[in-house]
Design a protein around this ligand. Structure first.
Ligand SMILES: N[C@@H](CCC(=O)N[C@@H](CS)C(=O)NCC(=O)O)C(=O)O
Length: 278
């Protein structure tokens, strides 16, 4: 992957640097300025200290930015993947009513968050970004299985989540009457199918937290809003799936990436008001 060459810092210099800098390292932005002409590093790039010079060298060459919006389950996926890999990044909250020029430039096709910007290059669509992260930082916490068939299966289930959960969840809070009942029924059926796929495994991929978990668990932060708006209990319908979500939340990568369900509910209430849903 890109970039140790951008920096070309000799090992010796890095070793002395290691001694000097303690726990946090600020580095210049390799995209906006070359190392030779940039005297003072911008303060928004924070990289965590590493005692390994090769890892440090690799990190120094990386600039990672995430364009995101806090309640987005798609953004949460990318946050979880970056946290799993231990990648420091610059989080930029977007106002989706007034999108930034950076978002419009980086995702001119869909104009949506999340966008991962790695060394100036955008990666759009959350599942594609998670796979990209897994490929670039492949030496830590693999998310996709190494076996091609298992990998295809993981992609299938992540795609199933994409095709069903967000849209059905949206219908639950944005409709009423028969339409809402139909959405709830299909939503629970989809979750039960996912629960069947999980079976008695701790995670979708088996013993280790992986790609399908990353794809699905963000929606857990929306469950309370769906339940409250729809007047039903997901835990009563799918107890094993809820137990799985709680297991995922024991991971710091997940707990730090998911917002408070009550805050999400408050956000949904605002959306309901905005769209005139009683
Ligand atoms: N399929 C996309 C969905 C992303 C998406 O829907 N993002 C929403 C926020 S949750 C967005 O940016 N909406 C702004 C808009 O539609 O203008 C992904 O997986 O990244």
């Amino acid at each position: 992957m890109a970039s140790a060459s951008l920096w070309n810092v000799p090992e010796l210099a890095l070793t002395s640097l290691n001694r000097l800098i303690g726990n946090l390292l600020y580095i210049p932005n390799p995209i906006l300025a070359s190392p030779s002409n940039q005297k003072r590093p911008p303060q928004h790039i924070k990289l965590h200290y590493s005692s390994s010079t090769s890892l440090l060298k690799k990190q120094m060459a990386e600039e990672v930015i995430l364009l995101d919006f806090w309640p987005s389950p798609f953004g949460m996926r990318v946050r979880i993947a970056l946290a799993e890999k231990g990648i420091a990044y610059d989080y930029k909250e977007e106002d989706l009513k007034n999108k930034s020029p950076l978002l419009l430039a980086m995702n001119p096709v869909h104009k949506k968050i999340p966008v991962l910007i790695h060394n100036g290059k955008p990666v759009c669509e959350s599942l594609i970004a998670v796979q990209y992260i897994d490929e670039v930082w492949h030496d830590k916490s693999p998310l996709l299985p190494s076996d091609p068939y298992e990998r295809a299966q993981a992609r299938f289930w992540a795609d199933y989540v994409d095709k069903k959960i967000y849209d059905l969840g949206r219908k639950i809070w944005s409709t009423k009457g028969e339409e809402q009942e139909a959405a709830k029924k299909e939503f629970v059926e989809s979750l039960k199918l996912l629960e069947g796929e999980l079976g008695d495994k701790p995670f979708f991929g088996g013993q280790a937290f992986g790609f399908v978990d990353v794809a699905l668990v963000p929606f857990y932060s929306w469950f309370y809003a769906y339940e409250t708006c729809g007047g039903f209990s997901i835990e009563a319908e799918c107890p094993k799936l809820v137990a799985w979500a709680k297991r995922c939340l024991l991971r710091e990568s997940v707990s730090k990436s998911l917002p408070d369900p009550e805050k999400v509910h408050g956000f949904v209430l605002e959306l309901k008001k905005k769209y005139g849903v009683e």
